[in-house]
Design a protein around this ligand. Structure first.
Ligand SMILES: [Zn+2]
Length: 206
């Protein structure tokens, strides 16, 4: 498998392209905005087909590029069930607060529950519900990778002062991640990638 990280938008959100090398099937994780770098990456990363646009949560800085990525790839938009309504709610998706004008985004084609499984090519992913940053934040987990959205950052964690946020829930969600067996490469929604073993030792929230 291969992962390409592209920083997009004013808040430098990490958008990722995940490729299952055996089949050339891909997913785009958190297209927070569309720009020429992301457009080229989508065209040039050797993807035969895009199975999903995976959203870790509904905030505008993770989803603003979703319509265009869907237009380019034909992939289905997927999000955790409890954050699906936020795509259509300008307060919950924070567009009104940050952009000074409300934006709504395309409705999800697929909604997940905790423990849901799906595949990108031959790679199976599991959905872990990790509320705290938003009510329906989730992480996408494969054998040795976690796409952690704004739940877990390198030595930090997401804010809990937005609508639906909860520090109690966030701490519980971080514990859930820390209890996963073995080590994982962690690809967060902002800042540098990290590993689960490093965060077990150094993360202030865990
Ligand atoms: Zn967020």
């Amino acid at each position: 498998m291969s992962v390409k990280r592209i920083s997009v938008g004013a808040l430098a959100t990490n958008c990722y392209i995940y490729r299952d090398d055996a089949t050339g099937r891909c997913a785009v994780i958190d297209p927070g905005d569309m720009d020429s770098t992301l457009r080229s990456a989508i065209g040039e990363y050797g993807c035969d087909q895009f199975d999903y646009i995976l959203l870790t949560h509904c905030h505008f800085d993770h989803v603003r590029g979703v319509s265009e990525v869907r237009r380019l790839t034909g992939a289905r938009i997927a999000i955790f069930r409890d954050d699906a309504p936020g795509l259509l709610d300008t307060e919950v998706n924070l567009s009104r607060m940050f952009l000074y004008r409300g934006e709504i985004y395309p409705e999800a084609d697929v909604t997940f529950i905790d423990g849901a499984k799906f595949s990108v090519g031959e790679t199976e992913f599991t959905v872990l519900h990790t509320p705290g940053h938003t009510v329906g934040s989730c992480c996408y987990v494969t054998e040795d990778i976690i796409f952690s959205g704004d739940t877990l950052f390198c030595m930090s964690a997401g804010r809990t002062d937005f609508p639906g946020g909860s520090l109690t829930d966030l701490r519980r969600s971080l514990q859930k991640l820390m209890k996963l067996e073995g080590d994982y490469q962690v690809y967060p929604g902002h800042d540098e990638p990290t590993t689960l073993s490093y965060e077990r030792k150094h993360n202030l929230y865990c």
